[in-house]
Design a protein around this ligand. Structure first.
Ligand SMILES: [Fe+2]
Length: 366
């Protein structure tokens, strides 16, 4: 397989519906938070020189298939996050990961979502870095749909990858502990946006947009966020928040089950509508109600895993992995849920699916 150089085409229904809302959205973006204004410096248009240079290394060192690339990028990012302020060559290593995210996603959006969403519920992968990579991938997929271009997109991507660097160890720990956060953990959670900025500054980061996104990634449009309780969020901040919240809500923890993806997407859509923001609609239309990697029960009573987004938000393409009696199929069967006999009956929590998938093999059958 070779790296695809053209970005995956947007499915017509998504693009058409999203376009209807982006003009008004762009107008609002122009008037958004002064701290997040686009620089006019043409040198900054497009990925940074570090990332451009890293493309060559990525092509030489990273297997281009989604099934191999995302776990490899996760290992690299987890190492970097754990090293924190001690990390050597931080910006170079992060540029490799950013370049890897960009190249792996090109032409492989569905495959990438499939692998990343599957990784979120697999405890053999650490949670924090998987969460960060998934957030970066979603921001990179949806940002252009929301008319977010460079250099904001680069800063958004780096912020998604590093937003929890102020509590990387605790982030992994919280996903695995059986009890809710202790008082001292809650205090650390509340401090982590500012702590993350401190770590990034010590590592040489001075991009105000990147730092601002990390500092305010837990602010919420209803004022319930922290540390400032700020209500005015720019579109870039809104997209980072939506990606972060969506991933956190659908990811199962030992202490609680994940929220069904259609409920998580629906809640974010309604939240955005309440703020007169079109970003919820763009988010829902681009990800769908059942993103790749999530499980569904079909009208046929088969259990299936979603492998591609479909023509409509609620008609993904899936692979049946059990028969109607719940018996595992030795060879998964492709099901287009647009077909009335295979329509989605309900989501299924990953904890309720006991079949271990061979992701690489399954992706080859799509
Ligand atoms: Fe966070």
């Amino acid at each position: 397989m070779v790296w695809a150089r053209t970005r995956c085409g947007n499915r017509p229904t998504v693009a058409t519906l999203a376009r209807q809302e982006t003009y008004q959205f762009r107008q609002r973006q122009v008037n958004s938070d002064q701290m997040l204004k686009t620089s006019a410096d043409p040198q900054l248009q497009g990925p940074s020189p570090e990332v451009e240079a890293a493309y060559r290394d990525v092509r030489a060192q990273l297997d281009p298939t989604a099934a191999e690339a995302w776990p490899a990028l996760r290992r690299r990012l987890a190492g970097l996050m754990q090293e924190g302020v001690q990390a050597k060559d931080f910006q170079k290593r992060l540029a490799f990961i950013e370049a890897g995210v960009r190249l792996t996603l090109e032409g492989q959006e569905d495959e990438s979502l499939f692998v990343l969403v599957q990784m979120l519920s697999d405890r053999s992968y650490g949670y924090s870095a998987t969460h960060a990579l998934t957030a970066a991938a979603i921001c990179l997929m949806i940002g252009p749909q929301a008319q977010i271009g460079e250099p904001e997109l680069s800063a958004l991507l780096r912020a998604a990858l590093t937003m929890n660097i102020g509590m990387a160890t605790l982030h992994d720990q919280l996903a695995l502990q059986t009890h809710t956060a202790s008082e001292s953990q809650k205090a650390q959670i509340r401090r982590h946006p500012d702590a993350g900025v401190d770590v990034l500054r010590q590592l040489g980061v001075d991009d105000p947009l990147w730092l601002n996104l990390v500092a305010e990634h837990h602010e919420a449009p209803d004022g319930s966020g922290y540390p400032l309780g700020k209500r005015e969020l720019s579109p870039v901040q809104q997209l980072l928040r939506m990606s972060d919240v969506f991933i956190a809500r659908i990811s199962p923890r030992i202490s609680r089950r994940g929220l069904w993806p259609n409920v998580a997407v629906g809640n974010l859509y309604l939240e955005a509508q309440a703020q007169s923001s079109p970003l919820g609609a763009i988010f829902a239309k681009h990800l769908g109600m059942y993103p790749p990697g999530t499980y569904v029960r079909l009208k046929s009573e088969e259990t299936a895993v979603v492998v591609r987004r479909g023509e409509r938000v609620n008609t993904p393409v899936a692979m049946a992995i059990t028969d109607p009696d719940g018996m595992a199929l030795s060879t998964p069967r492709k099901r287009d849920t647009q077909h009335p006999g295979y329509s989605v009956k309900s989501p299924i929590s990953p904890e309720d699916v006991k079949i271990r998938l061979d992701k690489a093999r399954l992706l080859k059958r799509i």
